[in-house]
Design a protein around this ligand. Structure first.
Ligand SMILES: Nc1ncnc2c1ncn2[C@@H]1O[C@H](COP(=O)(O)OP(=O)(O)O)[C@@H](O)[C@H]1O
Ligand SMILES: [Mg+2]
Length: 253
């Protein structure tokens, strides 16, 4: 008898049956960060030490909620983890790929293929339909149009928007816009999904529906999720909750 094959999918590989995903010791963490510091210069010239040595590791299929007061540096940390910003010092690896020392075009390519982002405000392209917004990351990654369209349709159906494919963002409700943003973030099956206050702009009921969709898709796609939030209901859905205080992550609750 040979060992069962590992069921951790690489992006684009065939889907495992639901519930069969398990951590693979050979697969690098979805994201690992060591000694992350990020300083900013305040307008009066002082140096702000926002992140002061963050260490973090999140495996495929794991979910982490980062809590902490406004101004603690949660958004700064997510931007660094997702290669939208460079740390002042420290290293980040996404799916084992070290981000520092790469050309901008290479960082952009890795970001498109390895990281999905959901922000508090959807950032959808307003002149494009929901379908086109979800097709775009795939086209950028080199997918054929027909393939991108069928996959975007399937993911939009998963988030409950199969009847809204041709709607432009301004014809969708706030909750629907965020569900399109979740579909767009996950369509390339990135190992890492980062969500920054994803329901910060929604009412309680709409938030709950978004959280249902977010966690169901993350589980189905086998991505790791890191979500920054003030919302206890959302944080408690995550496998792990850590607070960002004084520029470092406290141990899990
Ligand atoms: N580009 C920037 N330039 C200067 N200061 C910044 C910049 N981005 C964030 N900050 C400062 O860093 C701190 C942390 O901000 P942020 O990461 O947005 O916190 P949070 O998301 O936890 O509310 C704040 O004091 C903010 O003003
Ligand atoms: Mg923030």
């Amino acid at each position: 008898m040979t060992e069962a094959p590992d069921l951790v999918r690489e992006p684009g590989a065939p889907k495992a049956a639901p519930g069969t995903l398990r951590p693979d010791p050979e697969t690098p963490a979805a994201v690992s960060a060591r000694g992350i510091c990020r300083n900013f210069h305040s307008p009066d010239g002082r140096e702000l030490l926002v992140l002061r040595g963050v260490d973090l590791e999140v495996g495929r299929g794991e979910t982490l909620a980062i809590m902490g007061p406004s101004g603690a540096g949660k958004s700064t940390l997510l931007h660094v983890l997702g290669a939208l910003d460079e740390p002042t010092s420290g290293t980040v690896r996404i799916a084992g790929r070290r981000l520092s020392g790469l050309a901008d075009t290479e960082v952009a390519r890795l970001r498109n293929e390895l990281v999905g982002f959901v922000f508090q405000f959807h950032h959808l392209l307003r002149d494009f339909s929901a379908l086109e917004n979800v097709m775009l990351p795939q086209i950028i990654a080199g997918a054929e149009r027909a393939e991108a369209e069928s996959r975007a349709t399937a993911v939009l159906e998963q988030v409950g928007l199969g009847e809204r494919l041709q709607h432009r963002p301004n014809k969708l409700s706030g909750g629907e816009q965020q569900r399109v943003a979740v579909a767009r973030a996950l369509v390339n099956e990135p190992p890492l999904l980062l969500a920054d206050e994803p329901s910060g702009n929604l009412d309680t009921e709409t938030s709950k529906r978004l959280h249902d969709v977010l966690f169901a898709l993350v589980e189905d796609h086998g991505s790791a999720l890191i979500v920054a939030t003030h919302d206890r209901e959302l944080a408690e859905r995550a496998g792990r909750v850590q607070r960002l205080v004084g520029g470092v992550l406290e141990p899990p609750d």
